[in-house]
Design a protein. Sequence first.
Length: 252
Amino acid sequence: MSASSVTTTIDTIVGLQTAYDELKAAEELLGGIPDWMKELHTEYSERKEAIETIEAAIEQAAADRRAAEAEAADTREKLEHYQEQIGRVRNQREYSALLQEIDVVKQGIQGFEEQGLEALERHETESAHLEEERQAFAELESRYNEELGKWEAQKPDVAEKAEELRRRIEALKEQLPPPDLRQFEASFARFDGAALARIQLVQRPGKGPRIWHCSRCNYRVLPQAIVEVRNHGSVVLCDSCKRILFYSENED
Ligand SMILES: [Zn+2]
């Protein structure tokens, strides 16, 4: 739009759509992480998650060890109980049966002791691993916090820009004739925040009549519609997709 041109309805609508697009970008930025931090953020999150996984493995190893030790203790009690019975057996058959029980219980104790030892070793290995990971993470974390500080310092500017865009949107809405505003709002809602479609010149080899299409759905735009939009700045919908058509000199 040149400085000398009169602001038409469609110009105002294009300005409104642009302001909404910029507001959406600003709001997304405020609710997330800026592009320049994304790579670092991903690395940070992955390393942090890796550390949490190791911490969980350490806890699991400790729990496994406690469980194995408790089982071993119970089984040792059982063994003592059987050993006390040895003096009370009445015949060879009872004696053999008791020895067999004692054998099973001893094997059980050995099994639980092995489990406890395995859990202890796992605990030590994972703890050493955690220490390594934490040392490597410390450098990354301080770099991340530094960048986060920079982003926090920039946020007020982005928030202010968003506020300015909200004011601009209200001002532009007031400039529109009510039926055109209603049409814009209906298209904006229907097409998920993208109310407009550009009138696009179809590139064709050779000479012939110029043909125009809707940039969104490729449906033909008739010359009369182009005159309405370009010369009168009126609100005209695409015959097919029903988005509001706009014309821009520079993009063909
Ligand atoms: Zn269309």
